[in-house]
Design a protein around this ligand. Structure first.
Ligand SMILES: [Zn+2]
Length: 185
């Protein structure tokens, strides 16, 4: 095997599993494309544009190496990881469909946003977002479903507006009572 080709992948995921129950279709269900690693094939090490049925997107190949827990046999697969552009992330973030954004506040207290591939987390690199989160978020953007975080910001603005209307209402009351007070005197 050409170890240079193997090592040259931008990212490699090592994991172990039981080959007897391992289901590749299920495991890679959220990826836009995967195939059994072919050592005779040249896999691009750079970001490339391709339409795998999800529109023309930026991708990078990633190697997955599975080790059988029973006999250490190895299976390798190549998958595509979508690489977002800064502009795409900026557009998507307000509709983020990650588990963190979709959870209610009580649960959020025990959750770390960064662990859920949240598009609002600026510490996550553009090549490290979970494909399912990206796809779910695109779907939410199409439907115009803003993320909870964004809704909360809107709610605060509304509360501020409510605050001012209450204040102006109180002002009117004071003026009216003062008018009647003066009149009765
Ligand atoms: Zn999120």
């Amino acid at each position: 095997m050409d170890t240079n080709t193997f090592q040259g992948f931008p990212s490699i995921v090592y994991t172990s599993c039981d080959f007897a129950t391992f289901d590749e279709n299920n495991y890679f269900a959220n990826f836009h494309y995967y195939e059994v690693f072919d050592e005779t094939k040249e896999y691009s090490k750079k970001t490339f544009k391709h339409d795998y049925g999800y529109g023309n997107r930026n991708y990078q190949f990633c190697l997955y190496e599975f080790r059988n827990i029973l006999d250490n046999a190895i299976k390798k697969y190549v998958v595509v990881n979508e690489i977002l552009t800064g502009e795409e992330r900026w557009k998507l973030k307000d509709y983020c469909g990650c588990k963190y954004c979709l959870s209610d506040d009580n649960k959020k207290m025990f959750m770390d946003q960064g662990n859920y591939s949240c598009l609002l987390d600026t510490d996550i690199e553009l090549d490290s977002f979970d494909q399912k989160v990206i796809d779910d978020t695109r779907e939410r953007m199409k439907l115009g479903l803003l993320s909870v975080v964004k809704k909360e910001v809107k709610k605060e603005v509304n509360l501020e507006n409510d605050h001012w209307s209450i204040l102006s209402l109180m002002g009117i009351c004071i003026v009216v009572s003062a008018y009647f007070l003066i009149k009765t005197i």
